[in-house]
Design a binder for this molecule. Sequence first.
Ligand code: NIG
Ligand code: FE
Length: 422
Amino acid sequence: MTKMKKATLIIKNIGQLITMAGPAPRTGAQMSDLGLIENGGIAVSGEEILFVGESEKIEGQAELAEGCTVIDAKGMVVTPGFIDPHTHPVFSKTREKEFEMRIQGKTYMEIAESGGGIRSSVRDLRETDFATLKEKTKERLDRFLSYGVTTIEAKSGYGLSLESELKQLEVINELNKTHILDLIPTFLGAHEVPDEYRSDREAYINIIINEMIPAVTKNNLAEFSDIFTEEGVFTIAESKKIQQTAKDAGLKLKFHADELQSTGGGELAAELGSVSADHLVYISDDGIEAMAKSKTVAVLLPGTTFSLSGKQYAPARKMIDEGVIVALSTDCNPGSSCSESLPIIISLAALQLKMTAAEAITAVTVNAAAAVDRIGKIGQLVEGMQADITIWDMGDYRELPYHYGVNLVSQVVKKGKLAISN
Ligand code: NIG
Ligand code: FE
């Protein structure tokens, strides 16, 4: 602890301070360890955490700067600000009609094949001007923040032309500068084959490889490259070609893998050293073994299975038992999962993936940090790390999955500043 730096914000009287200090990321039984301190306190200096420990020790440890914000947590629960490692927040129109069609018996793939789904969002996005798109995305970021989320990964993938993919990535990059939330941009040009290339998919793949990836890297618009590897979307061979090109160009990798059928996407992600593979409802046993070995993070999206009325959820227990790094996310998008709430995802993780509250909290903090390659920076409340902190109006963290469908956020501190105070 540095005596030199003065505290600009302190939080005292924290009933349960969940620090997540310790192994990063966490696997197996480590996922149950929250690094919990009872009657805890935190001191922050500027954007960084200065001290974490017992409440009564903070004032002795850190000299308070003039005008220091003092928050009395009154026995509440404090966690690292949540990280959502898989979102598609840049879109214009919502698709509630498709939701209703699914309720009436159509499947997600039937709707997609008849021209709806991702392609309808593509037509819509291409017609939407930059300012409108930015404003609509901003509203979604505000909603994420209100649910205790302080960082999101955000994908393109509704442009599917050079111009419109860059437009989406520019929205993400601009909002990262102007909005208090941190956004991590991912290029998802291989989200679907757009209408105009349905009879010549090879030509579209060549545009991704020869035009989009070079433009994205040249302008430094994305950190990751993602792809929808799925029966009827991109094959394993196509995925390998596109993602190898992205990797060679300096992008880190992510995959939408084994979401609706088992295609070997999990195995391919592991083979290419992907940072994460996401969905994984139908991952094979070999895929699980390969991901555990390669330390590819499994980002599970139970909100998508829920919103698609799926009968089968991802095999979370098996993955945890086999030593896969498991994270959780909303998959926030206009089609398969329209929600900005990680707390509801934690409830679904408990009920459908059979994860405990502690495992689910691990999955949206330190393990979600691994899914966006930010270990050591966010996702843990440890001296020197970014001061992203959520205060929850509850006395026991296990209330999080149990008390579902309501917002229990009391306050959110982002980069050391009070961003939400309810
Ligand atoms: O993660 N699976 C592919 N992409 C999104 C859905 C996008 C959409 O339907 O608009 C997903 O579920
Ligand atoms: Fe997705």
